[in-house]
Design a binder for this molecule. Structure first.
Ligand code: VGL
Ligand code: ZN
Length: 219
């Protein structure tokens, strides 16, 4: 137990640690600049939560979001798909590959649940709650309600994609949502980070810093 961090209420606060996977680390297939820096921050915060949920981006090799699966398309272009505009990414987080593994230095032995998302070949899922078709649930909202969660604290990768979408959907599902900004790093593609912070604040998601949580005992 890290004594600089006060215990939060046992069931109401959930730490949601998003996609701390090798493909999002420097040198990975879809590298996020300084993505590895989130690991020690998350490790420091995690003991304050009795309830931690991890997510893992977990795609089949045939996934719709991979540029390589569309003739003539390149990574970071967008493409119209039945549920809207899809950013085309380098092949990343393929199920059961080393790139999809959680960072070995992530130390959250008490995490109770790992939500794997993006497993349908034809639908992406940035959000830990709802797939990109905006109708298919992952089951996380139901799980959190059933265990009595009220507030979700988000960290991980990437701020402007999976963290932001998860925060917005947490809020839409009726949870209070807080993004811990220094426990996240962004991809920042064509202004996506600025847009994500805008959307986050418009939706009533709070933006917090880990040092403030530690100083105030969080909530
Ligand atoms: C992510 C792009 C594609 C993320 C996942 O974890 O933010 N971004 N797949
Ligand atoms: Zn992905």
């Amino acid at each position: 137990m890290n004594e600089s961090v006060n215990m939060m209420k046992p069931v109401e606060d959930v730490f949601l640690v998003v996609d701390v996977q090798y493909d999002f680390m420097p040198g990975g297939a879809l590298a996020v600049a300084r993505g590895d820096e989130v690991v020690p921050v998350i490790n420091r915060l995690a003991p304050a939560f009795s309830h931690v949920v991890l997510t893992q981006d977990w795609h089949p090799r045939s996934h719709v979001s991979f540029a390589a699966n569309h003739a003539g398309r390149k990574p970071f272009e967008t493409m119209a798909v039945p549920y809207g505009e899809q950013v085309l990414w380098p092949v990343h987080c393929v199920q059961d590959t080393e790139g999809a593994a959680l960072h070995r230095d992530l130390h959250v032995p008490h995490a109770r649940l790992v939500v794997r998302k993006g497993h349908h070949a034809h639908v992406d899922s940035y959000s830990a709650f709802l797939e990109a078709d905006r109708v298919t649930p992952t089951g996380l909202a139901g799980y959190l309600r059933e265990v009595g969660a009220k507030r979700v604290w988000l960290a991980g990768l990437a701020t402007d994609y999976c963290v932001a979408w998860s925060a917005l959907d947490a809020r839409a599902a009726g949870f209070e949502a807080n993004v811990i900004e220094d426990a996240c790093r962004a991809i920042d593609l064509n202004g996506s980070l600025e847009r994500a912070w805008q959307d986050i604040s418009n939706a009533g998601v709070r933006r917090v810093k880990s040092e403030d949580m530690e100083a105030r005992g969080t909530t």
